[in-house]
Design a protein around this ligand. Sequence first.
Ligand SMILES: [Zn+2]
Length: 313
Amino acid sequence: MIDFHVHGMPWQMLPDEFFVARAEALRATGRTRETDLGRLVEKMKCNVDDPDLVRLEADLRASEIDHAVLLGIDWGLLGDGTSGMHPTEQLAFGCRAVQDSAGFFSFVPAVDPRRADAVEVVADALARPEVVGIKLYPPMGFSPADPVCDPVYRLVAEAGAFLMVHTGRQSYPFQLEYGRLEPYGEVQRRWPGLHLVLGHAGAHLWGAEAIEIAKGHPTTYLEVSGWHQLIPDREEELRRFLGVAWAELGPRRVLFGSDHLSGGRSSARVPAIRRWWDIFRSTAEDAGISLADVDDAAGALLRYDERGGRGAR
Ligand SMILES: [Zn+2]
């Protein structure tokens, strides 16, 4: 059982602008009794703090996950470009985590392609054995079809690694428009050999679009974390989405992800991950999909050196 989407980090990986915006939004809902913004921000930092990933590995092993793809985050350009962990530091953190975990994690660093040193960071990352792909987060404020992304796409395609992107829901201070799926048609046409993983598969705003974008391009994949948020009241809709995805894409292009983020009280979410996996598994069985195929496809994506890229570098 491979989890293709997990997060763990020292809180410093995320910029203050993010915490402040989320704290203000939470306070505005009245769902917190904490009225002091500073204290609310401190609590949020605690809830995402897991600097040695001890919590993350324990939560995932308790969820019976055998291997997890650790994703980096580069939100450093949200505000004045001064806070959040620089991608170079993030790369060192992620590679160390893979080494310390004795193979439990693979790492996908994130980079904002608008950074002046984005190309150097990506080239450095792809030369490391701990790294299996690169993640972009367009809702930071750029279109995935913007030419600023092309040098990153080129390096990832040449290396045979995969490009993972955030698609689907996101709110202020991010830009929902760039969570849409349509621009990936242009990306596929410009980079037909690219292995493209649509993180969250449009969850849960644009599932049909995500399937349609993936359908015609044999190396585009759906990673379906985020859809699990429908479990409490819209489980049937979730099962229907998975069923259509498998019917259209077959067993090898739908990847399981939990989007688990470790920190203060994250172990409380272990039963929810197990429930999500049970739904994923039983829906696959109902659709006649072999979990061995699902797993084999995920494993093959992680072993990109077998596609000849890394050795050719
Ligand atoms: Zn995520």
